[in-house]
Design a protein around this ligand. Structure first.
Ligand code: 3H9
Length: 694
């Protein structure tokens, strides 16, 4: 039984127990309906309490039911039944009250929460709007502006702030159940205060328009946010019941949208990447003391990520001057966390005095549980570091490299303990970006892999397992679609048009703006490193080399593809003549590309290489690729990732595109075997996503 009813004196107690997060599955909805009826019929109960067992109040509708035929009783009807009771009911909240969970609490007649509870309506992050009264009851309870902000931001509101807003009536002092029973005792005999009966606030068209204008930028391309604003606004002038019907229709329309399917795929994929048969039941190694080698942007970011998660960190630099610089960088990044409200100032001071130190001697790492190397990206340098680590690290310490391309097997060979060596590929800035590629080398021990995943959980990052190859999952796919966009520039497209087309598709940034941000020296050095292995038919982006040679390294020099100053980045009028010269030298007659073709070529290249990455086992499943591209490469979340997107287009259409492009260049455009096999078998990438929820 996921919902039970009992009586405590004159208070009826309804308890929901549906681990892990008390989601409102059909069984819970039916159980609530039944329990509400029992409470109504119980003449000795004069007020009621709804409680949740386990770690949290209800975290929302059961997302795994979405996309299937809806099953009765429907949540709005369950909540209406509770709100309509003629005896007051108190919702007792702990953990997180989210989505349908908060809507259930809004249908109760009073709300009490523990002080560290949080509540919110995150439906827009799933491509939906609150569909069980949230758009109608919340404005009545807390006012129009707070309601609109809560719904469109999906923010989780801490209990004290919720109390100030009037979202909850009381914060529990001590034990939640006792405090909720006491509140119910106070209310017993009184008429229930129904949120749906409260007057709606006055409309404010200017507020709604301003919010929609802002959302057009911050939630670019997404439909749920603006639909939610409309549902709230429309409801203000409708009787409550009609507002509920209007909300339901809007919710159902969003439920049928591809954006909803993509966002829910992303939600489950991000959880599925951690379910690895190889490490099921494997205990991670202890993880308290961490060593970081190298205090540049990456090393300092990794140190800060670890410090913010409560780890003790020793950072090694080559001399006292570099160590002092690293110390200052770490302090500055922590200051940034204080400014953004992520860290208390006093805690920053304690971290810097007690948990963080720099040193110039590897011997200072003798007690570290895990050491991450973030030094210059060259094999000889990495090998040297790992030889030194092998001498000082304690037995059982995990030795990790943060390389973004290099062969982790070779790095492991520099030690006498390859089973302890792993790749932990952080993304810059490492204390902000959520993605961590856990690169498993041939001899990496399962408990070392489990420790990599445990570290990610501790740092609140999403870990994805990757195999060893040049660039692992993300950078390997990136270099392939990068080659496709560079080829279009060589053939006549403008980098600015390419950036615009891909931003319009939904990418956070275009590839040339990204180059400027990363620094054109990075791409140049990668090309140098790979020059020896280059195939004669590989197309070299000579224009990028020219920019590098002119010292145009991107943002850091004020000029790259764009010109940077105080204003927004400007297009550079000198770029077009430079490109013309390069094309003339190569004997290329430039041609034009439509935005549609730019997107088709970029996506075909991305999907094709991603299919190879899955086909050769570098990524375990298509969903692992999606999670990497969503969290490390600015792929629009509402398109679900390249593999989910490709399934929606139809894999045959993508393969046809690749074959069409191959007519011009059959060296670059070779269809991946996996893609051909799936098309031949009438299957999709989703079919390979074993372990994901429906
Ligand atoms: C909604 O409510 C619509 C309504 O307005 C209208 C309806 C008519 N359903 O994240 P975790 C699973 S829309 C099913 O690792 P945490 C999750 O897959 C919903 N399953 O834990 C995982 O399973 P597994 C609005 C769910 O402690 C396990 O629970 N609500 C759901 O880091 C643990 O999850 C939301 O969007 C669900 N609703 O975080 C809230 N939620 O172990 C979504 C979780 O097999 N949930 N699971 O991989 C969350 O944000 C986080 O899960 C939460 C806990 C903060 C609750």
């Amino acid at each position: 039984m996921s919902v039970t009813y009992r009586r405590d004196g004159r208070i009826g107690v309804i308890t929901i127990e549906n681990p892990p997060v008390n989601a409102l599955s059909q069984a819970v909805r039916a159980g609530l309906m039944q329990a509400a009826a029992e409470f109504a019929a119980d003449n000795r109960a004069q007020a009621g309490v709804i409680l949740c067992a386990g770690r949290t109040w209800v975290a929302g509708a059961d997302i795994s039911e979405f996309g299937k035929p809806p099953a009765e009783p429907f949540l709005p009807d369950v909540i209406a039944a509770i709100e309509g009771l003629d005896k007051p009911v108190v919702a007792a909240l702990h953990g997180t009250a989210l989505g349908g969970g908060l809507e259930l609490a809004l249908g109760a007649h009073a709300r009490i929460a523990v002080s560290n509870a949080r509540m919110g309506l995150p439906e827009v992050t799933l491509g939906l709007l609150p569909g069980a009264g949230g758009t109608q009851r919340l404005p009545r309870l807390v006012g129009l502006e707070p309601a609109l902000k809560t719904i469109t931001s999906a923010r989780q509101i801490p209990a004290p702030e919720a109390a100030d807003l009037g979202l909850i009536d009381r914060i529990a002092d001590g034990d939640l159940t006792s405090a909720a029973l006491a509140l119910a005792e106070e209310l017993a005999g009184q008429a229930p205060r129904r949120t749906g009966d409260l007057p709606a606030p006055a409309a404010d068209p200017a507020l709604a328009e301003a919010l929609k204008a802002k959302l057009a930028r911050t939630a670019r391309g997404q439909i749920a946010q603006a639909t939610a604003v409309d549902a709230v606004t429309e409801g203000l002038s409708l009787p409550f019941a009609e507002g509920m019907a209007m909300e339901r229709a809007a919710f159902r329309a969003l439920m049928d949208s591809p954006q909803r399917a993509a966002l829910i795929h992303a939600f489950f994929a991000e959880r599925a990447v951690g379910h690895l048969p190889q490490i099921k039941g494997v205990e991670p190694r202890p993880l308290d003391r961490m060593g970081v080698i190298g205090g540049g942007t990456m090393g300092a970011g990794i140190a800060v990520a670890a410090l913010l998660a409560g780890l003790d960190v020793t950072l090694i630099e080559r001399d006292a001057e570099a160590a002092a610089k690293a110390q200052a960088t770490v302090a500055k990044l922590l200051d940034g966390s204080v400014k953004r409200g992520k860290l208390e100032a006093a805690r920053r001071d304690v971290i810097l005095s007690d948990s963080f130190r720099t040193d110039t001697d590897y011997a200072a790492l003798s007690q570290a549980d895990l050491i991450v190397e973030a030094v210059f990206e060259a094999m000889e340098v990495k090998e040297q570091v790992f030889r030194a680590l092998d001498r000082v690290a304690k037995p059982g310490a995990v030795l990790a490299t943060n390389t973004s391309y290099l062969d982790v097997n070779r790095i492991a060979d520099a030690t006498g303990r390859p089973a302890d060596v792993i790749g932990l590929h952080f993304f810059s800035p490492a204390h902000v970006m959520r993605l961590l590629e856990v690169v498993v080398a041939d001899r990496t021990a399962p408990e070392v892999v489990a420790t990599g995943f445990a570290l990610a959980r501790r740092l609140k990052k999403i870990a994805v397992r990757a195999g060893v190859c040049d660039g692992f999952i993300g950078n390997r796919i990136l270099s392939h679609y990068r080659a496709a966009v560079d080829a279009m520039v060589l053939d006549g497209a403008s980098p600015y048009q390419i950036d615009r087309a891909l931003v319009n598709f939904g990418f956070a940034m275009g590839p040339y703006a990204v180059s400027d941000l990363a620094g054109l020296d990075i791409g140049y050095m990668t090309r140098q490193r790979k020059a020896a292995d280059r195939h004669p038919r590989d197309r070299v982006p000579v224009f990028a080399d020219r920019l590098y040679e002119q010292g145009r390294l991107g943002r850091k020099t004020g000029r790259g593809y764009y010109i940077y100053g105080d204003a927004a980045p400007q297009e550079d009028p000198e770029l077009a003549p430079l490109l013309d010269r390069v094309r003339a030298d190569l004997g290329i007659t430039p041609r034009s590309f439509t935005d549609k073709e730019i997107v088709a070529r970029t996506m075909a290249a991305m999907v094709n290489e991603a299919a190879r990455v899955v086909g050769d086992g570098t990524a375990l499943r298509p969903l692992d690729v999606d999670v990497v591209m969503l969290n490390g490469y600015g792929f629009p979340r509402w398109r679900g990732g390249p593999m989910h997107w490709a399934d929606r287009q139809g894999l045959r259409a993508i393969l046809d595109d690749i074959r069409r492009f191959a007519a011009e260049d059959n060296h670059f455009w070779q269809p991946a075997d996996l893609l051909c096999d799936l098309v031949a078998g009438g299957r999709s990438f989703a079919d390979l996503n074993e372990g994901t929820k429906p």
